[in-house]
Ligand binder design. Structure first.
Ligand SMILES: [Zn+2]
Length: 84
């Protein structure tokens, strides 16, 4: 896992328990904002909840993601898939 529990909680609070991904709708970028559940957190290596979410680093420096809430993005799995 990239982030400590404390960082995840801070990022989760900032996101308000909603997906922070951007979806393109009619050519405009909009916030996804899908409501998520803390209990349905997935790890990067194993997707257990297909209606859950995942925390992804915005920035990776020499193979490591800085453990900061500002660097942690909360994404639903649909937005996660678009990321790749
Ligand atoms: Zn989303």
């Amino acid at each position: 896992m990239h982030f400590s529990e404390e960082t995840l909680k801070k990022a989760w609070d900032r996101a308000g328990g909603k997906c922070e991904g951007a979806v393109v709708s009619q050519g405009r970028k909009e916030l996804c904002g899908r409501p998520l559940y803390w209990e349905k957190k997935n790890s990067v290596v194993e997707i257990k909840h297909h209606d859950g979410w995942i925390a992804l680093p915005r920035l990776i420096i020499s193979g490591k993601a800085p453990d900061l809430a500002a660097n942690c993005e909360i994404l639903c799995l649909d937005c996660h898939r678009q990321h790749r």
